[in-house]
Structures are given as C-alpha cells and as structure tokens.
Design a protein around this ligand. Structure first.
Ligand SMILES: Nc1ncnc2c1ncn2[C@@H]1O[C@H](COP(=O)(O)OP(=O)(O)O)[C@@H](O)[C@H]1O
Ligand SMILES: [Mg+2]
Length: 222
C-alpha cells in the first residue's frame, strides 16, 4: 500500500518560494491503477518524483510497503527506489547508445543480476510488450510507441511492484497512446500498482480512480 499524509513540498526561498504541494493526503491500494490529473504547474511531477523516491517532501509522511520513506537516509532511499519502483517517462528516457534489450537490462544490472539471467528476464519483458523482434535495435530505429513499450519493459524488468508513469502517452498519437494504456492494464492484471500522471481525460478514464491536483491540493472530484 502507498499512503501519503499531509505531504508538502516547497521550492526556493523568499521571493522565489513556490509551494508546489500544500498538504496532500491519499492512499493507493496494491493492484490499483490511479490517474493523477491537473493543469501544468499543479504539482503532478513533484508528487510523482516524491512517490518514486527521486525527491524528498518538505513535510508530511510517505509510506510505501510499510516503510516510512521520508525517514530513510539518501542511500537507503536510493536502494529502496531500486527495489520498489519502476518509472515510465513522457520522453521514454531510453539510452540511445544501447539496444532495447540492453536498456531493459539496466535495472537488473543495478540489482547485480548475472548476465545470462538478465538476458532471460529482459527478453521476457520485451516479449510481454510485443517487442521480441526488435530487441537488438537502438531506440532511434524504432517508433515512438515502440520506444515507450521498451520503456515499460524496462520498468517491469526489475520486478518492482509500483509503476509510476509521468505523461506516458504525452508524446504519442491517440491510437498509440491507447495501445500503451492497454499495456498498463495488462500490468495491472499481473498485480502491479500503477500511478499515471496525465492531462488527457480519455487516458485518466481508463484508470480505476482519478486524483485531481490543483494548486498543490488533491481531491477525488473535480
Ligand atoms: N526544481 C524546482 N525548482 C523550483 N520550482 C519548481 C521545481 N520543480 C517544480 N517547480 C515548481 O513547482 C510547481 C509544480 O511543478 P510540477 O510539479 O512540475 O507541475 P506539473 O508536473 O503539474 O506541471 C510549478 O510552479 C513549478 O514551477
Ligand atoms: Mg509535469
């Protein structure tokens, strides 16, 4: 389970102070697929980065899988992220110099999984997103939709249960975006917990629940 309570995040000081999150509380149960909506600047990425242990809140608490993440040291938090979270980004964030297969192997490299085992797990992940035939290609040599599917394979290859996606369909056309959402649904069926930031209502409507963020506050209704 994921639970945030009275989460706040302030950037900067004095005249340049920005209160990006002003006391956010909600829970996401295991196996849920939740959308986070809100206009540009509302605090969506800030929230997702905290949920993904890439950033720390200014105040409040964040508990994931029974661990109070906000109490971990930076080193413990990095390890916790590696073992609990998978990320998908709007711009895919694949490494251009590596093949799709090598990209998908990266979280396993971080976990010190040995080469043969890494290959097997990464090929399985690529298969599950329909990219078996493209494993040896570099990202620049496949379509945007295929790059995002590879990024999803990378997010699941590490075996982590929480998948966080920041505008995962933002760089894709409508039908490719819909296909990517089908993949997230498949992931959910396989037991993953998924949080998707989007400003597209059609995408959010494919999730179980929508959290609306406005002015650093959250609500379950518009
Ligand atoms: N690293 C940062 N330093 C200063 N201000 C930031 C930083 N990141 C985000 N902000 C500010 O925090 C607010 C929320 O940003 P963000 O979480 O990126 O919103 P969203 O993803 O909903 O567009 C915005 O006002 C933004 O300018
Ligand atoms: Mg954002």
């Amino acid at each position: 389970m994921l639970k945030v309570e009275n989460l706040t995040k302030t950037y900067g000081k004095g005249d340049s102070r920005v209160d990006a999150l002003r006391g956010i509380s909600f829970t996401v149960n295991d196996g849920e697929m939740v959308a986070v909506m809100g206009r540009s600047g509302a605090g969506k990425s800030t929230l997702l980065n905290i949920l993904g242990c890439m950033d720390t809140p200014t105040g409040g608490s964040y508990t994931l899988d029974g661990i109070e993440v906000n109490k971990l040291s930076a080193k413990e938090r990095n390890r916790f992220r590696r073992d609990h979270v998978g990320f998908v980004f709007q711009n895919f964030a694949l490494m251009g110099q590596y093949s799709l297969l090598e990209n998908v192997e990266l979280p396993l490299v971080a976990k010190d999984v040995r080469k043969a085992e890494r290959r097997r797990i990464a090929m399985d992940a690529l298969k599950s997103v329909g990219l078996t035939g493209k494993a040896d290609r570099n990202p620049a040599r496949v379509s945007g939709g295929q790059q995002q599917r590879a990024a999803i394979a990378r997010a699941i290859a590490g075996g982590n249960n929480l998948i966080l996606a920041d505008e995962p369909t933002g760089a894709l056309d409508y039908s490719t975006g819909a296909e990517v959402m089908e993949l997230f649904r498949d992931l959910q069926k396989s037991g993953k917990t998924i949080v998707i930031v989007t400003h597209e209502k059609e995408i959010a409507d494919k999730c179980d629940r929508i959290l609306y963020i406005s002015d650093g506050k959250v609500s379950e209704t518009l």
